[in-house]
Structures are given as structure tokens and as C-alpha cells.
Design a protein around this ligand. Structure first.
Ligand code: SF4
Length: 428
């Protein structure tokens, strides 16, 4: 279930019904101010709400003082092992500090950090990691690794509460996707604090994105999780942000920029759709509005399958068509499809988000569509007509049977009693 409590990392609300916040972590040496700021600006540009920087040395704390002032988004200091650095990071102005109470040197050290965090009104992220659970949970970890992770997290929460500190979010990290899902489900039932979700050491851009999409997507679809970080083995932190956004957009949890729909292509394809899709995707990056644009490979199926798209193109060998909300706008030579698509999109915005349709061109496009229709293709329109016809035939058969049995034009029999009952059109 969604967290009840809310904290603020800088100006970004986390939990308590706030939009799921996207965060990432810089890959640079934090003390390298120029490189770190450069990466922060890139991730902010890609849509990160929050950024985390590693603070393993004194020189990183020094750089942090400048970073928190220059960063356009709130900065979390990531600390392991050294509670003094956590205290210094808070004093340097970090908008949040992340510590793992299990490796910071015991409850007394945690208490020292909490005291400074309270004085500065700095929130914290506290977490546990499947790779470093406390010794007393080792047996439980062997029997039930999920419960061991959850127990460690709850012990951390109880420690913070004993210290009278509730301005925190919680994370449980595991390299196992099933354990990430199961542990966060259990923990979300037991604590009211915001949850930070991530699959630790998820992998390369390809496998890590998929693991994260499955693990985090499952939880987010259940309403669990208040901020997410996608961990990918790439120096380009902005890639993590893009993947996070795709997950949130796919679940319709947040909107950001256009949504591109593209068919997988098949034997009906007659033009170079790979190049067209890549070019459409590249040009759409210049738009911020969440319009839906579809690129589909064949004319007849394409227009039906993407009738909800704000704009779309569908191609054939030499000619293609541009449409909006399933209605043709114009036909154009395939080589000009992308240029003409963006002309239509720009005309739409210039007219105050109104589709501009030239009836003459639309009629020509409709005629082209009719000429190129694949009579064997099952379009949504054909499907609806077939279903309606099947329903009509069922009704007729029920009526005839009822007349035969009762000798009158009685009402149709119920489905149980009728030998023709239950016959319905089914999609192949
Ligand atoms: S839209 Fe056309 S080309 Fe694309 S997958 Fe469907 S049938 Fe194939």
C-alpha cells in the first residue's frame, strides 16, 4: 500500500500520495566539481527530481558545499561506514543523507547523526541491504531471506523512532527481483514511512532496465514505492533517469514528454521502418507535451490499432499516410513521412492544440487507404461488425428454437437450457 507519511527532500515531496520521484546517482568522483556538476545538469535535464552523490572522503564534503548551492535539484549525500562524514554532509547543506545503520558503527553513531539531522531539519534515507544483514539475522536469512530483510528494515525503523526521528524514508536493497518485490510488499504493510525502490546492481543498460521494469513496475503497479532509482552499469547516469521515466509513463503514474507507439513490424511491412521510428523518436525529444505519436508499418491495421494516438504515420511501399485519432489527414510519399508528420504536429501546436485538417487532402488519403486495403486483414472495424453479426445470429437461433419448443414466438431460452446457447463469436 502507498505510504502514509510524507517527507521533503529539498522541495521534492516523497510519499504520502506525492508523485513517484525519480532519482539517480552521479558516477563521477564527487570532489571533481566540474565533472560532477556537469553530470548533475545532465540528469536534471533528463528529468531527475533528485540526485545522489557519493561522499566517501573529506574532499567530497568540501565539494558538496558548492554542489548543493549550484545544483538545480536536491542533493542526497550517500555515506557508508563513516558517521562523521554524514554529520559533515548535513552541515554542508545536503538536502538528505543516506546511511545504512548496519554499517555506520552502531546505534550510538546513528544517534549522533540523527541529532545533527534534527537540528538542521535534514531528512534521511535509512536502508538495509541483502548483502550486509546484521549477524543475529543470519539464521533467518538462511530460512527466509525476505523476512530477514524486512526484519532488518523494521529494526532500523524502530531505532529511528526510539531516537524520536521520523523524517526518513526506507530502502531495502536486494539483487533478487522476486525478493525485492516480496520484501517491499511485506514492509509496506507494516510501516507508514515512504519507500525508496531499487534493484541493486541490476546490470547493464539492457538487462538492468528489464530487471528494474519487472521488479519496480510490479510494486509501483500495486501502489508501492515513493521514489525510484534505476541502477545501471553505465557511466551515463541520465540513462537511468530515462529508464525510470519510461517505467512511470508505461504505468501512467507520471507524464513526461511524448509517448511513442511503434509496431513490432512483420511480413506486411514495405518500408524502412527502423530508420523512420528512430528519427521520429529523436525529433520528439524536442517536445515536452505528453502527446501520443504512433508509427505503424501497414496502412489498414495501423490506423485501427492506433486510433487513440494524437498523431500517427503508417506507410506502404511508395506512399504513406498521416492521421490523427484514427482519421486520415493526408497521404505523402514515404520519404517525406517524418517531415510531414512534424509539420502537422507543429501546426497543431500553432493552432492552440487543434488538429488542422484539409478536407481535400483527407479525402485523397481516405481513397488511398481504401485502394490499399488488405481485404484479408482483420481490422477493429471488421471485428466489431463480425461480433455484431454473430450476436444477431445467436438471437435469431434462440428465437427459432423457442418457437419450435413452445409452438409460439416465446422469449429466447436461457443459456443453460438452449442447445445453441453459449455460441458466441470468438477471436481467433
Ligand atoms: S502494423 Fe502492420 S506491419 Fe506493423 S506489425 Fe501490425 S500488421 Fe505488421
Amino acid at each position: 500500500m502507498a505510504s502514509k507519511r510524507q517527507i521533503h527532500v529539498g522541495s521534492v515531496p516523497i510519499g504520502g500520495g506525492a508523485p513517484v520521484a525519480v532519482q539517480t546517482m552521479t558516477k563521477t568522483e564527487t570532489a571533481n566539481l566540474a565533472a560532477t556538476m556537469d553530470q548533475i545538469l545532465q540528469v536534471a535535464d533528463a528529468g531527475a527530481d533528485i540526485v545522489r552523490v557519493a561522499v566517501p572522503r573529506e574532499q567530497d564534503v568540501e565539494a558538496l558545499k558548492t554542489i548543493v548551492q549550484r545544483s538545480p535539484i536536491p542533493v542526497i549525500a550517500d555515506i557508508h561506514f563513516n558517521h562523521t562524514l554524514a554529520i559533515k554532509a548535513i552541515e554542508a547543506g545536503a538536502h538528505c543523507v543516506r546511511i545504512n545503520p548496519g554499517n555506520i558503527g552502531g546505534p550510538e553513531k546513528v544517534a549522533e547523526v540523527v541529532k545533527v539531522a534534527t537540528a538542521h531539519s535534514t531528512p534521511m534515507r535509512v536502508g538495509v541491504n541483502s548483502g550486509s544483514l546484521p549477524k543475529h539475522l543470519r539464521d533467518l536469512e538462511f530460512d527466509d531471506p525476505v523476512e530477514a530483510l524486512v526484519t532488518a528494515a523494521i529494526e532500523t525503523v524502530e531505532l529511528m523512532e526510539r531516537l524520536d526521528f521520523t523524517d526518513f524514508k526506507v530502502s531495502m536493497k536486494s539483487t533478487s527481483v522476486p525478493n525485492t518485490i516480496a520484501s517491499n510488499r511485506r514492509l509496506s504493510e507494516r510501516i507508514p514511512y515512504p519507500l525508496h525502490l531499487g534493484v541493486t546492481e541490476a546490470g547493464t543498460k539492457w538487462s538492468g532496465s528489464l530487471k528494474s521494469a519487472v521488479g519496480l513496475g510490479t510494486l509501483l503497479a500495486d501502489g508501492i514505492g515513493d521514489t525510484i532509482r534505476i541502477s545501471l552499469s553505465t557511466f551515463h547516469a541520465e540513462e537511468e533517469v530515462k529508464v525510470a521515466w519510461e517505467i512511470l509513463k508505461a504505468l501512467k503514474l507520471r507524464e513526461k514528454g511524448p509517448v511513442l507507439i511503434a509496431c513490432p513490424t512483420c511480413g506486411r511491412l514495405q518500408f524502412d521502418m527502423d530508420t523512420v521510428v528512430a528519427e521520429v523518436e529523436r525529433r520528439l525529444q524536442a517536445y515536452e507535451d505528453p502527446i501520443e505519436v504512433s508509427v505503424l508499418g501497414c496502412a489498414v491495421n495501423g490506423i485501427g490499432e492506433a486510433r487513440h494516438a494524437d498523431f500517427g504515420i503508417t506507410g506502404a511501399k511508395d506512399m504513406g499516410m498521416i492521421y490523427s485519432k484514427g482519421e486520415p489527414l493526408k497521404k505523402v510519399p514515404t520519404g517525406q513521412l517524418v517531415d510531414e508528420l512534424f509539420k502537422e504536429i507543429d501546426r497543431y501546436y500553432a493552432a492552440g492544440r487543434k488538429v488542422q485538417r484539409d478536407e481535400h487532402e483527407a479525402a485523397a488519403a481516405r481513397a488511398w487507404l481504401a485502394e490499399n486495403e488488405d481485404s484479408t486483414a482483420i481490422t477493429p472495424e471488421k471485428l466489431a461488425a463480425m461480433e455484431a453479426e454473430a450476436a444477431r445470429q445467436d438471437e435469431e437461433a434462440d428465437g427459432v428454437l423457442a418457437s419450435m419448443l413452445t409452438g409460439s414466438g416465446a422469449a429466447p431460452l436461457d443459456e443453460e437450457a438452449s442447445p445453441v446457447a453459449g455460441r458466441r463469436f470468438t477471436r481467433g
